[in-house]
Write a protein that binds this ligand. Sequence first.
Ligand SMILES: C[S@@+](CC[C@H](N)C(=O)[O-])C[C@H]1O[C@@H](n2cnc3c(N)ncnc32)[C@H](O)[C@@H]1O
Length: 397
Amino acid sequence: MSKPTVVGLFAGCGGLDLGFKKAGFEIIWANDFDKDSVKTYEENIGKHIVLGDITKIKSSEIPSGFDVLLGGFPCQGFSVANIKRSVKDERNFLYLEMLRIIKDKRPKFFVAENVKGILSLGKGEVMKMIISDFEDIGYKVDYRMLKASDYGVPQHRERVFIIGNRIGCENPFPEKTHGLSNDLFNQNIKPYVTAQEAVGHLKSVRTRDKPFKLNGKTIYNHVARMNVSDKFWGRKHKVNQFDICDYLKKWREGSGWSTKKIDEYFGYAHTAGHWFRKDNNSGSIPNPDDWRELKKLLKFDDKYDKQVTELEEKTIVFEQSLRISNWEEPSDTLTATGPEIHPNKKRRMSVRECAILQSFPDNFVLHGAIGSMYKQIGNAVAPKLAEKIAKLIFKLI
Ligand SMILES: C[S@@+](CC[C@H](N)C(=O)[O-])C[C@H]1O[C@@H](n2cnc3c(N)ncnc32)[C@H](O)[C@@H]1O
């Protein structure tokens, strides 16, 4: 009997596709517009991936008659970590490409993955819009937030999975298999897989560019960024945003400049609004260059010049980019921007360690520069979780 077939959109390095392949599906076509991701995918999953922008690819160029469409449509526009997220961000609408292809090809199932932020975007309206768009073309649609660590992946990665089908069945979501070891309500649950269990063997192993043998196994991509602290230019003197705000408001009142006009003058959308807002969350002090420019407009005196404009180099004490990875529990979510610091505090987690924490197999080799490899891994669906979803869909097909 021939295998059920899959097409993978926004395939990246292929985490989601790999899970489906392992569950017994044949992937017949895939797409991504990132060169490095495509190279990684080709070498590890198959040559069926096409490099190109999906918005420029006609449905007629994609094979027909496949069973499942996969698509982790881009999350940048949606991410809670991305402060610039916006309902208008055109990347938010790349799911429409997926919708177009589903409409044209009518697969039995589709699976889309996205970041948690998608649920709150536009106060939930964006998610409603996406679901109703898929329902309108005849699919039964459900979504769930799944945490990869609950399925034996050594990473507390929470992502939203949207599954749809047109064959009249319930959309399947896998049962949790792992959790805290003292869960009295579910004795069948296995303990979480910790970072130490997954990558402990590489803890003291020197990183290097070339593959090498360790206990008879070849280790690929054990390369890492080495920065474990960061410097930045911060204000030299203590300064209170509320005081600056009162001060700027006073000078603005006599100047004839409205906040809106000031924003227009600087070419900002809302930044000036934040300078005139007394709010611990969104109020902000102009940076030194803006301060000097603002002084020309509002003609204020020198009272706060020193506090606002004198900077010194400081060490970042805490920031997401400087988090130290967990060790005795699953790691926190790996992101596309940068790896966490290894608990040995000598380096960042290596690309290989990140790949393992995402449940990629040891022989899955990443291609591209180091930043690109970290990005491909951070963007991926954990293959082990993808495989669990795929197996349930396989049975229904
Ligand atoms: C979140 S990642 C998908 C990861 C993938 N599902 C996995 O499991 O490895 C989104 C991908 O969409 C790709 N992408 C974004 N916009 C695209 C476009 N217009 N055409 C093709 N690919 C695009 C990006 O290069 C990125 O690899």
